[in-house]
Design a protein around this ligand. Sequence first.
Ligand SMILES: *Cc1c(COP(=O)(O)O)cnc(C)c1O
Length: 386
Amino acid sequence: MIHLKDKFKNIATPFYYYDMDLLAKTLDIVKAESSKYGFNVHYAVKANYDDKIMQTIAAHGFGADCVSGGEVAKSLEMGFKHQDIVFAGVGKSDAEINTALDADIFSFNCESLEELSVINELAALKGKVANVALRLNPDVDPQTHAYITTGKAENKFGIPFHEVDTFVEMLPTLTNIKFIGIHFHIGSQITNLSVFKELCERVETFVKWFEERGIRVESINLGGGLGIDYQNPDVNPIAPFADYFKIIADNLKVAEGRSIHFELGRSVVGQCGTLVSRVLFNKTTAAGTQYAIIDGSMTELLRPALYSAYHEVANISSTDTNSTYHIAGGVCESTDLFAKDISLPATKRGDFIVIRSAGAYGSAMASTYNLRPLPCSVYSDTIDNL
Ligand SMILES: *Cc1c(COP(=O)(O)O)cnc(C)c1O
């Protein structure tokens, strides 16, 4: 990224820099690899809801995966088609359900039996029939960070399988609901692809269970979760989409007329975003630890503080000899730390420090804690006009 330092020169830090060529290339690959099998991909909006990013993804023909009424409204505004929107979430409010009913979305991914009854009632008041998929908890271990695991039996997400009998009994009374299929999302940043094979095996069992009871499963939604290479963003700028879709195609029997859906977030936008900041101060503690304090912080990028997440950090301004640093933001929290004991060219006040692979769950999680302003976005295709 060294070649960008001159372009960044007159821009106030911190800001998010988006490589729009990489985003377009990633979207083309996702499209090509998923189309081989006729799979439908919905972009998980919560990963990044920057306007231009969303518009670009919508223009490439993707659907949207939303987890709030706000995301449903925003997706429509950014050009996603209402019939390609899915809506998950364990705590949908009545107002959010009404927003989605008004929009005639493709499907509610329903996470409890109580929620089903509420959607049925609210749809009845509007004289509508809502498409619903049941989000089932498959109890699969995604082998990722415990904080981003969602498909194990103890997690709050999805309907436990022992309740499905009750669902089948309820179904004839839910006259304003159309059951279209089943939904899963087992976790995020999954790099061991064999986990998806295990998921397919569980899905097969569920499909069989429903069909034995005469209930047709028209659609299967496998959620998202494909991981990216945070360690080597330049070597692996694009996630292994070909392998991912192939492992699903190889392990899931797709009956005639059944549609298969995915909800990808991180793998679509993670690598195209970089948090760009400048060094404010350098200091050495009594214990001898060297800190470079930067103007980027946990309020722009929360992942390190929230999940101890790793992001590659580089000094693109200096070619001095390396020294060992902790890289910290200025927020009044000890967890506001991007890296510990990393080797970087000696930092000076004003050097650009870039934090890579920050396109997903970066700007989307930004806050104004300490009354800091929200970060701006800068795009590779318009940076020369700034
Ligand atoms: C967050 C989320 C996704 C996207 O997950 P990624 O790991 O970013 O691909 C998909 N589906 C649901 C229901 C989610 O909550």
